[in-house]
Design a protein around this ligand. Sequence first.
Ligand code: ZN
Length: 137
Amino acid sequence: MHEWALAESVIRTVEKLALDEGLKKVTKITIMLGELQQIDSDIFKYAMEELKKTNPQLLGDAKLDFNVEKAILRCRICGYEWGFDTALDELDEAERESIHFLPELAHTFVKCPNCGSPDFELKTGRGVTIQTIEGLK
Ligand code: ZN
């Protein structure tokens, strides 16, 4: 039930932001989901809709908008940046499958296309971020 815990913390954060901004009603919440964030986005969206009901005055009319953040890899040696989807294209199906279940394994299979180094970091594509909230004062 990782998705519910995450949705709960997003809702609480939105409540806090709304309070800081002096909003009486939140009309729209835009959330960015990292491509490699290992959550079931349908469950997460459902949890968000349900948790909105715990604070109907503030969140009852809030429209939820979800964006997916593309995963970008960055080589630590030469600074080259490339998309995770491109990296996956180079792999065979078994390797892709392994990475899907355990993204940490990417370092075993993926190499920098520019210099060949396996030393890279995930620049974007993880986590859940509240991008914007809109509302009425
Ligand atoms: Zn490199």
